[in-house]
Design a binder for this molecule. Structure first.
Ligand code: NAD
Length: 701
C-alpha cells in the first residue's frame, strides 16, 4: 500500500497522494477503502486520520479520468463515503490545504474534521454546470446552516477555513503541525470516548425555509437566467430540509446525473478543458527554457499601456512606462491611480496594497532607463511607422535576451520583427481591454519567434493570472479577424431591415455580454473604421455596408462623443435608440434600393454566430490557430461569448454542422448578401461529411 497508509501508535493515517491536486482517481479511491479495511482489521488501531499530501487535501474528482472508463470503476465515490461514515472506528479528516468538490464531500462523511487555518474549502461543481453529487447539498447545510451552505454551493467559490471556524464544519482549527495536531485530536476522541457522530444525524433548523429559498431562487434567476445548475443546487438543498437523509441523497444524485447530461454542463466542461489545453503548443517541449521576467517596460501610456502596466504591478513585477512626453505619462499615471482608487472605494483593494502597487510603477522618457528590462511590451498608436520607430529604438538599447513584444491588434508581427536585428526575440502579446482585468492573452508567434520566447510569454501569462492562446500571424489574429466578419454581418443586418438595438438585443439574449453596436460605440466608430480601411486595401477587398462610414461622417464616434449607433446622456453609458441613426439607415436603404424586411431573432443570431464559425474554420485550415478549442477560449475570455454555450466552435457542433451548412447556403441565396461571405470553409464541409466534430479539431494532433 506504500506511503498511503501509515501507523502512528494507535492512529492509522491514510494520505491522499495523487499529484498535482490529489484528484480522487480510481487508484486513490481504492487506496482509501483498502486503508480503512487494514485499519479496521487491526486491533491496535483505534482511530483513522485521512489527510492529503502536498498543497492539497483533494481538489475533487480526477478530471483526467472524466472521459475514461476509470471514472465509473469501483470503488465508487459513494462507496468510499459510505465506508468512512459507517466505520466503527472514528475517522478524522485533517484538511491540510485546498479541499474541493468530492474532496470536501469525502471530508463531510468523516466523523470529525480538523483543519489548518489556511485551508480553503469549496464546492465548485456549479462552475461546470453541475450540482454536487456525493452528499454536499445534504451534509453542508447541517454543518454550516442553510444560508452559508447555499452561498458556497451556488457560487462555487472556495472559502477560507478560518472564516468558518465558528461553524460545525470544523471541530478544531489547528495552528502549527496539522498532522501532529490531528493525531492528538484523534487520541483525545478515543480517550474521551467521544463516539462516532454522523453529519446525517444533525437536524437542520431553519424556520420558514420556503421564503428564504424563494428569495434565493429569484436572486439566481436574475443573475444567471440561462443556467439550470444553480437552481438545481437550491432544489437539492431544499431536499436536505424536507426529505429524509437517504432520500435527499438520492434526489441530489438524480439531479447531478440530469445536469451531467445537459448541454450547458457539456459546454462548461469543454470550456474548462479548452482552457487547460491552450497552454500546450505541440512543437514547444514542456522543458523549453523560460526566460526570467523580473522587470518589465511598457511603451505607450495610453489605454492599453496603463492597463498592461497595472497587470504587471498587480502580479508584483516592477514596470517602467515610456511615452513621448511628460503630459502623456502624467495622464497615464492619473488613469492608473483613478482605477486603483475606485478599487479601494469598492473594498477590493487596501490602501497599503494600492501604495505598494503604485510604487512598482515608474515612468520615463528615456529609452536608456528601460534597457535592462527583461521584457518590453509596446502599446503605441496602431500605425506601422510609429511601431517601426519604437522597435528600432528597442533593438538599439534593450539588453540581449530581452523579449520584445507588441500589443498590436492587427499589424504584421513579421514586419515588426524585421525592424530589429533580433526577430527571434519578437512576438505579439495581444492584451484585451481593460488589460488589468481581461484574462485573455493572444500570444502571436512570428515566423522567426523562438520557442523560448513563446514559452516565456506563456509563463508570464500564468504569473499575470491570464490564459494564453497562441496565434500565428494574420490580419487581426484569431479574435479580431473573426470579429471583423461578425461586425460586417451585423451591419448587413441593418441594411436589410434591423435596428442596432434589435441586433444587440438578439445576441445579448443569446448570452453575449454586449451586442456589436454597443461594442463599436465603446471602442469608437472611428477606430473601427480606421482598421477597416486597411482591410479594404486587401487584394480581394470585402464588401462592407457603408452605414459605419455614414455614421462617422455624422460625427457619431461612439460614447466618447456622446453619440454613436446610440444616443448617450451625459455621465451615463446607457444607450438610447437614435432617431438620427434610424433616418440615416433608412435613407441608405432607399439609395441602395433595399426593401426592408422583418428579420427574426433566430436569423440575427445565426448570421452573427455562423459568421464567426466560418471564419474560425478558415483560421484552422490556415494553421493560424492550433485547435478549435483555442478559438473557443479566445471568444469565451476575450469577447464575452456565453460560457455555457462553450464558444463558437463548440456551439456549431451542438447545432450540427449539416444544419450550419444548410443555413449558410440559405443566407447566401439572400439577394443582398455578399456572395463570398457565406462560401463555407472547406473544413466545415469535410467534417460534416465525415461526421466529425469541429470543436475537437486539432485536439489530438
Ligand atoms: P492610445 O492612443 O490610448 O495610447 C497610445 C499611447 O502611445 C499614447 O500615450 C501615445 O502618446 C503613445 N505613443 C505614441 N507614439 C509613441 C512613440 N513613438 N513612443 C512612445 N509612446 C508613443 O492607444 P491604445 O488604445 O492604448 O492602443 C495601443 C496599442 O494597443 C495599439 O497598437 C492598439 O491597436 C492595441 N490594442 C488596443 C486595444 C484597445 O481596446 N484600445 C486592445 C488591444 C490592443
Amino acid at each position: 500500500m506504500g506511503d498511503a497508509y501509515r501507523l502512528h501508535g494507535m492512529i492509522a493515517v491514510i494520505t491522499i497522494d495523487n499529484p498535482p491536486v490529489n484528484g480522487l482517481s480510481q487508484e486513490v479511491r481504492k487506496s482509501i477503502v483498502d486503508g480503512l479495511e487494514v485499519a479496521l482489521s487491526d486491533d491496535a488501531v483505534r482511530a483513522i486520520v485521512i489527510t492529503g499530501a502536498g498543497d492539497f487535501f483533494s481538489a475533487g474528482a480526477d478530471i483526467r479520468e472524466f472521459t475514461t472508463p476509470k471514472a465509473g470503476a469501483p470503488p465508487h465515490l459513494h462507496s468510499v463515503i459510505c465506508a468512512i461514515e459507517e466505520s466503527p472506528k472514528p475517522v478524522i479528516a485533517a484538511i491540510n490545504s485546498t479541499c474541493l468538490g468530492a474532496g470536501l464531500e469525502l471530508a463531510l462523511a468523516c466523523h470529525y474534521r480538523v483543519s489548518s487555518p489556511t485551508a480553503r474549502v469549496g464546492q465548485p461543481e456549479v462552475k461546470l454546470g453541475l450540482c454536487p453529487g456525493a452528499g454536499a447539498t445534504q451534509r453542508l447545510p447541517r454543518l454550516l446552516g442553510l444560508e452559508k451552505a447555499l452561498n458556497m454551493i451556488v457560487t462555487g467559490n472556495p472559502v477560507n477555513s478560518k472564516t468558518l471556524s465558528r461553524t460545525r464544519l470544523f471541530d478544531s482549527i489547528i495552528e502549527g503541525d496539522l498532522l501532529q495536531g490531528a493525531m492528538e485530536f484523534a487520541e483525545r476522541v478515543v480517550a474521551e470516548k467521544q463516539g462516532l457522530p454522523r453529519v446525517r444525524d444533525i437536524k437542520i433548523d431553519y424556520p420558514n425555509h420556503e421564503a428564504y429559498l424563494q428569495f434565493a431562487r429569484n436572486r439566481i434567476k436574475a443573475s444567471a437566467p440561462n443556467l439550470p445548475a444553480p437552481q438545481r443546487c437550491v432544489d437539492a438543498l431544499e431536499a436536505a430540509i424536507t426529505k429524509p437523509f437517504e432520500e435527499g441523497l438520492q434526489y441530489e444524485f438524480d439531479l447531478f446525473l440530469q445536469l451531467m447530461g445537459s448541454l450547458q454542463s457539456r459546454a462548461l466542461v469543454h470550456a474548462f478543458f479548452a482552457e487547460r489545453n491552450s497552454a500546450k503548443v505541440p512543437d514547444i517541449a514542456p522543458d523549453t527554457r523560460v526566460r526570467d521576467i523580473r522587470k518589465a517596460a511598457v511603451i505607450g501610456a495610453g489605454t492599453m499601456g496603463t492597463g498592461i502596466s497595472m497587470a504587471f504591478a498587480n502580479s508584483n513585477i516592477p514596470v517602467t512606462i515610456l511615452d513621448l512626453d511628460q503630459e502623456a505619462l502624467d495622464r497615464g499615471i492619473a488613469r492608473i491611480s483613478t482605477i486603483y482608487e475606485e478599487s479601494i472605494r469598492n473594498g477590493k483593494l487596501g490602501r497599503d496594497e494600492c501604495r505598494r502597487r503604485m510604487s512598482l510603477i515608474s515612468t520615463t522618457l528615456d529609452y536608456n532607463a528601460i534597457a535592462d528590462s527583461d521584457i518590453a511590451v509596446e502599446a503605441v498608436f496602431e500605425d506601422i511607422r510609429v511601431k517601426q520607430g519604437v522597435f528600432e529604438r528597442l533593438d538599439a538599447v534593450m539588453k540581449p535576451g530581452a523579449v520584445l513584444a507588441t500589443n498590436t491588434s492587427t499589424l504584421d508581427i513579421n514586419r515588426i520583427a524585421g525592424f530589429t536585428k533580433r526577430p527571434t526575440d519578437v512576438a505579439g502579446a495581444h492584451f484585451f481591454s481593460p488589460a488589468q482585468v481581461m484574462r485573455l492573452l493572444e500570444v502571436v508567434r512570428g515566423d522567426a519567434t523562438s520557442p523560448e520566447v513563446i514559452a516565456t510569454l506563456f509563463k508570464l501569462a500564468e504569473r499575470l493570472r491570464k490564459t494564453a492562446v497562441v496565434s500565428r500571424v494574420c490580419d487581426g489574429f484569431i479574435g479580431n479577424r473573426m470579429m471583423e466578419q461578425y461586425a460586417r454581418q451585423a451591419e448587413f443586418l441593418l441594411e436589410e431591415g434591423c435596428t442596432p438595438e434589435q441586433v444587440d438585443r438578439a445576441i445579448e439574449e443569446f448570452g453575449f455580454a454586449m451586442g456589436p453596436f454597443r461594442v463599436a460605440d465603446l471602442v469608437g466608430n472611428d477606430v473601427v473604421l480606421h482598421i477597416r480601411r486597411r482591410w479594404g486595401d486587401r487584394e480581394a477587398p470585402y464588401r462592407y455596408s457603408e452605414t459605419a462610414e455614414l455614421l462617422c461622417a455624422m460625427g457619431r464616434l461612439g460614447q466618447k462623443t456622446g453619440r454613436g449607433w446610440y444616443d448617450y446622456r451625459s455621465g451615463s453609458r446607457h444607450p438610447f435608440p437614435s432617431e438620427a441613426v434610424e433616418q440615416m439607415v433608412r435613407r441608405h436603404r432607399e439609395e441602395k434600393g433595399i426593401m426592408p424586411r422583418t428579420i427574426d431573432r433566430e436569423e440575427i443570431v445565426n448570421r452573427l454566430v455562423y459568421a464567426l464559425v466560418n471564419e474560425g474554420s478558415r483560421i484552422l485550415e490556415e494553421g493560424i490557430a492550433l485547435r478549435a478549442s483555442d478559438i473557443d477560449v479566445v471568444f469565451l475570455m476575450g469577447y464575452g461569448f456565453p460560457s455555457w454555450r462553450g464558444g463558437p466552435m463548440f456551439y456549431a457542433d451542438t447545432v450540427g454542422l449539416h444544419t450550419v451548412l444548410f443555413r449558410m447556403r440559405r443566407f447566401a441565396s439572400n439577394p443582398h448578401a455578399d456572395p463570398g461571405f457565406w462560401r463555407p470553409a472547406p473544413l466545415i464541409t469535410a467534417l460534416a461529411s465525415e461526421g466529425n466534430r469541429l470543436s475537437e479539431w486539432g485536439l489530438r494532433q
